[in-house]
Design a protein around this ligand. Structure first.
Ligand code: FES
Ligand code: FES
Length: 196
């Protein structure tokens, strides 16, 4: 393994503590071995050590959803998730949702529906929406509102966020039912993460 593939996560320091453990994660499709302290959260690992700053630290207490990422396809609050317990998992952050220059359908829909103002909550909203659509539990706008209630938006862009999600949800349903144009690339299946 090259030095660049090994990363030490110790919250604010680059020196590995004596208690660090090596774990393997697949992050946005790339397998990485990282050393983490037992108390390192997935959010701190992503932001501080791997420099994936899309997931935001809003409350750091599981109350705002700004830190939402997908772990094994399920949405989780990464501020409440210890990295060490996710050894072997697949993690997808907002940086890994798009396919090269092609935006993910939810990213495009958020733009089309003007579903953000400051944008601070947006990465978490989009990752959470991706998890929600995979869960296939939301059928109506009210369902979307309820099942996205863990993602707060201080700018109050809620109605536009729901509209954006509904659009992509509808396209996924049509695709699943064989009424789509076959162009979609939205994943379906999976359940809601325990942490959310
Ligand atoms: S930072 Fe607020 S829920 Fe994680
Ligand atoms: S767009 Fe500003 S917090 Fe949601």
């Amino acid at each position: 393994m090259s030095a660049s593939e090994r990363t030490v996560a110790t919250e604010g320091t680059t020196a590995a503590p004596a208690t660090s453990h090596t774990i393997t994660l697949t992050i946005n499709g790339a397998k990485k071995q990282v050393e983490v302290a037992p108390w390192t959260t997935l959010l701190d690992l992503l932001r501080e050590s791997l420099h994936l700053t899309g997931a935001k630290k809003g409350c750091d207490h599981g109350q705002c959803g700004a830190c939402t990422v997908l772990v094994d396809g399920k949405r989780v609050n990464s501020c409440l998730t210890l990295a060490i317990v996710k050894d072997g998992a697949e993690v997808t952050t907002i940086e890994g949702l798009s396919a090269g220059d092609a935006l993910h359908p939810l990213q495009q829909a958020f733009i089309d529906h003007d579903a953000f103002q400051c944008g601070y909550c947006t990465p978490g909203q989009i990752c959470s929406a991706e998890g929600l659509i995979r869960e296939k539990r939301a059928k109506t706008a009210d369902d979307v509102r309820e099942l996205m209630s863990g993602n707060l938006c201080r700018c109050g862009a809620y109605s536009n966020i729901v509209a954006a999600i509904e659009e992509v949800m509808g396209a996924c349903t049509r695709e699943r039912d064989g009424r789509g144009n076959g162009q979609g690339r939205h994943a379906v299946g999976g359940g809601r993460g325990e942490e959310r």
